[in-house]
Design a protein around this ligand. Structure first.
Ligand SMILES: *Cc1c(COP(=O)(O)O)cnc(C)c1O
Length: 381
């Protein structure tokens, strides 16, 4: 669609003003590359938040067809959706076991990632009461201090070996705090703590690395890797390139191009004034579509940007709910007209670049892209 006026238009419902194009073949290729990198460790796929906003309904089957047999989600509701899409897969739910949820886990054959002594006890009690031995993962804290059992609780669990007669412990996992910085000493410290905590528990497969952790080398692969963002083409590590390619492009339509006189302001609160006779393109995407308002730009500060034919055009003025205004004065006449498509994410503006320009990260850009974008899937059989 970049640099082209008509391409794709025939396939779109009339009035479409925003398109997310998702390459399912590239998604599958990214999974295969990461799986090969970490072999013989198994490679799971993290598909929480509707596959990072790209649509679990299409991404989960594409990943399963590529060979992925284990999925992680955050919420139990997400696991229900994934179970319908991948009937044979192993599904872990990072939220853990909320009170009263045991039966639902059992019904959909999903595994809670247990994060507290209370959750462990509750699942064991459910196993006793039902004469079953429910499968689960145990999340231990190696230094992130978010979810996961602290060391003292792991030690007290180690005094109760009888518990594991009631719970089918399939995985011990932890999560890294600073894996996006390869030289941060915290990575090695967390690995050491994780190995120590594992040694207190029954011998069980282990999982430590998300996308960025996979770039720290084989010591971090353990038995199961848990990439999310890199599968979707993101570059999670600030210090190393991850060998994946982009999966997503995002384009929005130019509604109008208007001339603005010297001194005139553009947009709410007049935070930007034209210093020269300017041409301003009005683009049909705004913060309700997940374009961060923090990418707004006042005079002398360039924040958000879009691109036409590989050339950046900076946001001027406030990003509003439905619209972005960008300065296209420097483009060749004719390369930005009403009806054209502006690249919001693509070959010129990566997810990381879009994140940086809005004071956030590519993850947030990706997962907040809103429902008003038309999602178009290519590939995927
Ligand atoms: C989200 C998440 C992942 C995946 O992280 P990415 O950086 O997207 O690869 C893995 N593990 C846990 C615990 C997570 O919360």
């Amino acid at each position: 669609m970049v640099g082209s006026r008509q391409q794709h238009d025939a396939a779109l419902p009339p009035g479409t003003t925003g398109v997310i194009r998702i390459d399912l073949d590239q998604l599958a290729a990214n999974w295969r590359v990461l799986a090969a990198l970490g072999r013989p460790a198994e490679c799971a796929a993290v598909v929480k938040a509707d596959a990072y906003g790209l649509g679990a309904i299409r991404c989960v089957p594409a990943l399963a067809t590529a060979g992925c047999a284990t999925f992680f989600v955050a919420r139990l509701g997400e696991a229900i959706e994934v179970r319908a899409l991948a009937p044979d897969a192993v599904i872990y739910v990072l939220d853990g076991l909320l009170p009263g949820a045991e039966q639902e886990y059992s019904r959909i054959r999903a595994r809670p990632v247990l994060s507290s002594l209370e959750e462990v006890q509750a699942l064991a009690a459910f196993g006793r009461a039902t004469g079953t031995r429910p499968a689960a993962a145990l999340h231990v804290c190696s230094g992130l201090n978010r979810l996961g059992l602290p060391k003292a609780d792991v030690l007290s669990l180690s005094q109760e070996p009888g518990l594991w007669a009631q719970i089918d412990l399939q995985l011990i996992m932890s999560h890294l705090a600073s894996a996006d910085a390869a030289d941060d000493p915290k990575n090695a410290q967390q690995l050491e703590t994780f190995q120590l905590l594992r040694s207190k528990l029954p011998v069980t497969p282990a999982s430590l690395a998300a996308s960025d952790g996979m770039m720290l080398g084989p010591a971090f692969y353990c038995d199961l890797m848990r990439p999310g963002y890199a599968l979707y083409g993101g570059q999670p590590s600030g210090s190393q390139r991850t060998p994946v390619e982009p999966v997503v492009t995002v384009h929005a339509r130019v509604l109008q191009v208007r001339d603005v006189a010297v001194g005139a302001s553009v947009g709410y609160s007049g935070i930007w004034n034209a210093a020269r006779p300017s041409r301003i393109a009005i683009i049909a995407a705004g913060y309700a579509d997940g374009i961060p308002r923090s990418g707004s730009a006042s005079n002398g500060c360039e924040n958000g940007a879009v691109a036409f034919g590989g050339i950046l055009s900076p946001v001027v003025g406030r990003i509003s709910m439905d619209l972005i205004t960008v300065d296209v004065t420097d483009l060749e006449p004719g390369s930005c007209q009403s009806g054209d498509w502006a690249e919001l994410i693509g070959p010129t503006i990566t997810l990381e670049e879009a994140g940086r320009r809005a004071g956030t990260i590519g993850y947030e850009i990706l997962t907040r892209l809103g429902p008003r974008f038309q999602r178009i899937y290519v590939g995927g059989g």
